[in-house]
Write a protein of this length. Sequence first.
Length: 215
Amino acid sequence: MRREEEERIRLEEEERERVEEEDRQREEERLRKEEEGRIRREDEARKREVERRKREEEERKRQEERLRRLEEEQLREEQLAREEEERLREEKRKREEERLQELENLHQQEMEEGRRLKEEVEERARVKEQNNINYRVSNSELGNDDDTFEVKAIYSFKSTEEGELPFKKGATITVTEVIDDNWYYGQVGADLGMFPSSYVVRIELLISRLPLLRG
């Protein structure tokens, strides 16, 4: 009996030890799993933190890039605005210069036109006076239109019609006929033809009435 009791006690002790060992192993397994879980959670937390910081850094960089682009765009717009303003000022200046130049040209043209008209009026008056003098002299001093006299060309005359007598300024022409107040018929060398009386002056008048012609 005693041996059986001892054997039973031994078996119970072994069973208790086995159970305790299993409990210890299960506790160690639980603790190991808890530690692994803690480590895994910490790793995941670290990864999430790293990922979060990475996203924040990327977002910060995107914000900086966006601000940089906005600043560059603003600078470009300001530069374009300055260039446009400068271009408009330059165009306005050129238009003003062109307007002033046009006014100056118009003024010069008006002055030249005024001088030209004045010269034409004076020339017509001088030609009319010369024609009257030549005609009066030819009729009063010669007595008739058939007598000849000499004249000096004060302008060159280029004939445009058949029967006209061309000559150069300074030429001496022999007038053989006074056609009317405006035209003579005469000879230069072997050439004969009619010519305007306003282009010549009688040699007698050139000598005796020089002050009148200068006036």
